[in-house]
Design a protein around this ligand. Structure first.
Ligand SMILES: [Zn+2]
Length: 353
């Protein structure tokens, strides 16, 4: 019996050939005006914290259990997660077992939030989701975000389960990023707040919190996920963030989860990032307003032009992960993903290689 050979992958990037009558894509337009549907929360009640670290609320149960850490505001303008944590703290949520920490990572960046320029308050000095390598944290360099990362490090270093709450600038399907460790994928399935889970390697320009050694090293069991709950400042995003936090707190804090979580867990679509596309020029332009989560059926489909280059899907059924519709030169414009093979949890008795 003959088996069809898999199709040869198409190169993602190729130089345009032939005679083109059209001109190069125009320079990228300025960012559109994004609607701010939900105002930022007042977090003054938690500014001092309750454990000696500002912006960290920590609670302990007398019963043994894991240390669950929920983090928001790693990006200062992504505040739907902070609204959820504020709600739970005001409701006096406490762990029934183990320890619980809520971290408001960058209140100072949030304090600079401006409805007229809502994108500007992502951070003060640098992206706080690129500083989580041991070398960077132990180094001598200083910045607002790096110093804050060092301040909350004692909490991060004792986390058994960590959920990092984010949202997205451009429209797209909500998703949970699980990192590469199989145990991250297991946690993402347990959270079950979004029907899409994406495993990836992070960014070349710095280490994310979920890729911190404690959560990615084969020598530890701690697990972490990043929830991209939807578009910034939207009511639906707040709803998804609530579901994610309640799902992760449910085992130790006895909170109720909303119905529907189980179905999502069973049917979650698990994807693996295969490629990262950077803008090589300042004239990177998608050929259509793609949305995150779009699946392009045919390999070789033109996605974007980058100066003289064309960007095409390398294989059939290629998912576009969080396309950045206005990438600057050198920035990540797109990640490409395909369906993930079944993964086993690294914490099982048969760890994945
Ligand atoms: Zn973010």
């Amino acid at each position: 019996m003959k088996h069809a050979l898999p199709a040869e992958p198409v190169p993602i990037r190729s130089r345009r050939s032939g005679v083109f009558m059209e001109t190069l894509p125009p320079p990228p337009a300025p960012l559109p005006r994004f609607e701010v549907g939900i105002p930022p929360p007042d977090l003054s009640a938690w500014r001092e914290g309750n454990c000696g670290i500002p912006g960290v609320m920590h609670f302990e149960s007398r019963r043994v259990g894991p240390h669950v850490v929920v983090v928001c505001l790693i990006h200062g303008n992504e505040y739907t997660g902070a609204i959820v944590m504020d709600e739970l703290l005001r409701a006096r949520l406490r762990p029934g077992a183990g320890r619980l920490s809520f971290i408001f990572a960058n209140m100072e960046a949030l304090a600079q939030f401006d409805h007229e320029r809502p994108v500007a308050s992502r951070f003060i000095d640098e992206d706080m989701n690129r500083v989580w390598s041991e070398d960077t944290l132990r180094g001598t360099r200083s910045s607002h975000e790096l110093d804050r990362a060092r301040q909350i490090l004692p909490v991060i270093q004792t986390a058994d389960i960590l959920v990092d709450l984010h949202s997205m600038l451009w429209p797209g399907r909500p998703l949970v990023l699980s990192g590469r460790a199989p145990r991250g994928m297991t946690l993402a399935r347990q959270i079950g707040a979004t029907p899409l889970i994406v495993a990836d390697d992070g960014h070349a320009d710095g280490t994310r919190l979920i890729d911190f050694a404690r959560f990615s090293s084969p020598r530890t069991q701690a697990r972490a996920c990043l929830v991209e709950a939807g578009q910034h400042w939207q009511a639906q995003t707040l709803h998804t963030a609530r579901r994610a936090v309640r799902a992760v707190l449910r085992p130790s804090c006895l909170v109720k989860t909303e119905t529907g979580g189980r179905n999502v867990r069973e049917t979650a679509q698990c994807m693996m990032v295969t490629d990262l596309v950077r803008a090589h020029s300042s004239r990177f332009a998608f050929v259509a307003p793609f949305r995150g989560g779009d699946i392009i059926a045919r390999r070789g489909t033109l996605l974007a032009r980058d100066g003289d280059d064309e960007i095409r899907t390398p294989y059939d059924d290629c998912m576009l992960v969080m396309p950045n519709l206005r990438p600057g030169r050198g920035q990540t414009a797109l990640r490409l993903a395909r369906r993930a093979p079944h993964v086993t949890d690294g914490s099982s008795s048969h760890p994945a290689p």
